[in-house]
Design a protein around this ligand. Structure first.
Ligand SMILES: NC(=O)C1=CN([C@@H]2O[C@H](COP(=O)(O)OP(=O)(O)OC[C@H]3O[C@@H](n4cnc5c(N)ncnc54)[C@H](O)[C@@H]3O)[C@@H](O)[C@H]2O)C=CC1
Ligand SMILES: O=C([O-])CC(=O)C(=O)O
Length: 328
């Protein structure tokens, strides 16, 4: 009886993927369809969602799948959602920075977040669309203006940086990536991505030159994929896995697990002067419930934190200014 009540008291969360028919959206939706933590999957895009939803709906798991197409169906798609994941927007081509995507993706994220304020104002929102360093501050401004902002429930997804750092360190250390833990802090673009290699477990002993090279590889890993894909897009499969891992953490917390540790780019006071910052936190039912201190940084990492400051701050300001102009 006790067990039945416990199970019965759990939610069967409804999760929306906005941009569900895209390069990230499709494999992410597939992974979410396989999740035991989800009751309903709401797939929204401006193209091709009926086909993606129909295809996924034939997979024999308990997750109900519905597809929604075009702006007139957006708020219907969002009704009752507990978690909204946003990979909508254009990806990079070789030679572009993530910031080059701002002009198109800022408006897309703004429009989607406005719909969230009307249809599911209490949902957790996880933003994948680049430039994450700016799109998350845009979302925050939209939510503030609507009076629905809960800083504990808005995230930029930086899990891919953590996954890459785990993978590259595992290669060097010759261990299973599952055994690696490494903090990756800051933001999600170039020098704003700061792997804290001095805190990696298992400990890695590398010369300063090799530490710098490993740091640079983690910072430039997105570009490595963009170049390998040669004009057809950026990371999609590894990103889908990363977003599914992040979503699982959110869903565990939504369902009452108060001991979930994650990384994400959030409204933060952890580094004075940087109002959005990615670091480790503990999730609970209410979202981010506790920030984990950064811990001791090596001289190289202290320098990395200083080097990122200007770029991260200017990306945050760009997002806030954009939202301010749009909302006038
Ligand atoms: N945070 C991260 O670590 C990462 C972020 N990204 C970013 O994710 C975004 C998506 O990348 P991909 O899936 O590869 O691009 P994609 O072009 O394959 O897919 C994007 C999807 O968004 C849809 N879309 C466009 N406007 C929309 C709107 N207003 N409402 C709903 N859907 C809309 C498109 O129809 C398309 O299906 C890009 O901005 C990319 O830079 C990519 C990899 C990692
Ligand atoms: O590099 C890109 O444009 C996509 C991205 O954010 C990543 O792969 O980390």
């Amino acid at each position: 009886m006790d067990r039945i009540q416990k199970i019965g008291s759990h939610l069967s969360p409804k999760v929306a993927v906005l941009g569900a028919a895209g390069g990230i959206g499709q494999p992410l939706s597939l992974l979410l369809k396989l999740s035991p933590l989800i009751g309903e999957l709401s797939l929204y895009d401006v193209a091709n969602t009926p086909g993606v939803a129909c295809d996924l709906s034939h997979i024999s798991t308990g997750v109900r799948v519905k597809g929604y197409l075009g702006p007139q169906q957006l708020e219907v798609a969002l009704q009752g959602c507990h978690l909204v994941i946003i990979p909508a927007g254009v990806p990079r081509k070789p030679g572009m920075t993530r910031d080059d995507l701002f002009n198109i993706n800022a408006s897309i994220v703004k429009g989607l977040c406005e719909a969230v304020t009307r249809a599911c104002p209490h949902a957790w929102v996880a933003i994948i669309s680049n430039p994450v360093n700016s799109t998350v501050p845009i979302a925050a401004e939209i939510f503030k203006r609507a009076g629905t902002y809960d800083p504990a429930k808005l995230f930029g997804v930086t899990t891919l940086d953590v996954i890459r750092a785990e993978t590259f360190i595992a290669e060097i250390a010759g261990v299973d990536p599952c055994q690696v833990h490494v903090p990756v802090i800051g933001g999600h673009a170039g020098v704003t991505i700061l792997p804290v290699l001095s805190q990696a477990t298992p400990r890695i002993q590398l010369s300063e030159e090799r530490l710098k090279a490993l740091t640079a590889r983690i910072q430039d890993a997105g570009t490595e994929v963009v170049q390998a894909k040669a004009g057809t897009g950026s990371a999609t499969l590894s990103m889908a896995h990363a977003a599914a891992r992040f979503a699982e953490s959110c869903l565990r917390a939504i369902n009452g697990d108060a001991a979930v540790l994650e990384y994400g780019y959030v409204d933060s006071k952890i580094v004075p002067g940087l109002p959005f910052f990615s670091s480790r936190f503990r999730l609970g039912r209410n979202g981010v419930e506790e920030f984990i201190a950064l811990g001791p940084l090596s001289p190289l990492e202290v320098k990395g934190l200083e080097v990122m400051r200007e770029e991260l701050l200017s990306s945050i300001k760009k997002g806030v200014d954009f939202a301010g102009k749009q909302l006038k």
